[in-house]
Design a binder for this molecule. Structure first.
Ligand SMILES: NC(=O)c1ccc[n+]([C@@H]2O[C@H](COP(=O)([O-])OP(=O)(O)OC[C@H]3O[C@@H](n4cnc5c(N)ncnc54)[C@H](O)[C@@H]3O)[C@@H](O)[C@H]2O)c1
Length: 313
């Protein structure tokens, strides 16, 4: 499937991953509708582009969904979600409402209106803590936060709606996406928060020893993977890890950020957060490489440099 003139809905399209995805889809000549309630992202991430329609609304609001789905869509990229682990520990019921009820409502409307492919952005966090550092798609999921449980539940609903109403889906499990448009903030990711601290010469606080690892993935590579998931026939009704296949220590991230921002910040350590049980994690991406042709290209040093350069503007 090509994206030329395809009608595409992106829920959460104003968010950190979403706005990068939308800008790429527009470059590929898709006609894009964004549904976002702007609860977690700044208006203005997306400009008044040709072929882009932005609708402000909550994915759980049935009236808004009816209005949106009065137009046909070929592909739905469902990214809207309550983000993420720490926020879900504070408010698990709101997490359930948005990530589970919202996902089910978008799935049902999509199935009812003959969407050809439903792409669901799930999360590496659903693997939880286990003895294996490398997570394969068939590794047993063990969610350790309400967010991880809600993302896994969304995956189950994708399959249930497929079996019940014959709509094709593809699930992508994202892993620590970073890059331009990723906002800093109390419940947000480590990289934008470190960059914000470094740019004002404040201490970078590592919660743990610094030897903790994650599979940090530059947003352009994440977007490539999401688009492949929505367009490749090999991806139908499959689950894919999207990452780099490599582990990066949090201490290295902090050092790179200090270097690329020319900062006088110091790295200091505080105790690990109570909900954070996962010490090391990387994604096995062989399935996405083989079936989708996914190939992450950005090294961690290039990705951090590009993200710091964007934040400095
Ligand atoms: N960024 C990552 O590292 C990462 C990792 C794993 C999975 N994911 C998943 O990828 C998706 C995108 O992540 P992101 O980093 O862009 O998140 P984000 O928070 O930056 O973007 C989510 C967007 O959804 C919107 N939104 C939230 N609740 C909504 C609601 N009820 N109705 C309508 N819009 C709503 C927000 O305003 C925001 O613009 C999410 O589903 C997330 O669970 C992200």
């Amino acid at each position: 499937m090509t994206l030329l003139k395809k009608r595409v809905l992106v829920t959460g399209g104003n968010g950190a991953v979403g706005c990068n995805l939308v800008m790429r889809l527009l470059k590929l000549d898709a006609k894009v509708t964004v549904l976002d309630d702007f609860s977690q992202s700044t208006k203005g991430n997306l400009k008044n582009y040709k072929n882009l329609r932005i609708i402000k609304g909550d994915i759980t609001n049935s009236k808004i969904l009816q209005k949106i789905f009065s137009k046909k869509f070929d592909i739905v990229f469902h990214l809207a979600a309550r983000f993420a682990n720490e926020m879900s520990v504070h408010d698990p019921l709101e997490d359930l409402r948005v990530n589970v009820e919202g996902t089910l409502k978008i799935l049902l409307e999509s199935a009812k209106h003959d969407v050809k492919r439903f792409v669901y952005t799930s999360s590496s966090s659903l693997y939880g803590q286990s003895n294996f550092v490398t997570k394969k798609e068939n590794s047993f999921p063990k969610p350790s936060t309400p967010y991880a449980a809600s993302k896994l539940s969304g995956e189950f609903y994708c399959n249930a709606i497929h079996e019940s109403y014959s709509m094709d889906y593809t699930i992508v499990r994202l892993s620590n996406s970073y890059g331009p448009y990723d906002p800093s903030g109390k419940f947000r990711n480590v990289i934008p928060n470190f960059i914000k601290a470094a740019l004002s010469n404040k201490n970078l606080i590592i919660t743990g020893t610094g030897n903790e690892t994650r599979d940090f993935t530059y947003v352009d590579d994440v977007v490539n993977g999401i688009i492949l998931a929505g367009t490749k026939s090999n991806g139908k009704n499959e689950v894919f890890n999207l990452g780099t296949g490599k582990e990066t220590k949090i201490s290295l991230i902090a050092k790179q950020i200090i270097k690329h921002t020319n900062s006088n910040s110091k790295i200091i350590f505080s105790p690990r957060r109570s909900f954070d049980h996962i010490i090391r994690r990387k994604m096995d991406i062989l399935k996405a490489k083989k079936l989708l042709g996914y190939e992450p290209k950005t090294s961690i040093s290039d990705g951090i440099k590009m993200t710091c350069d964007w934040a400095k503007q």
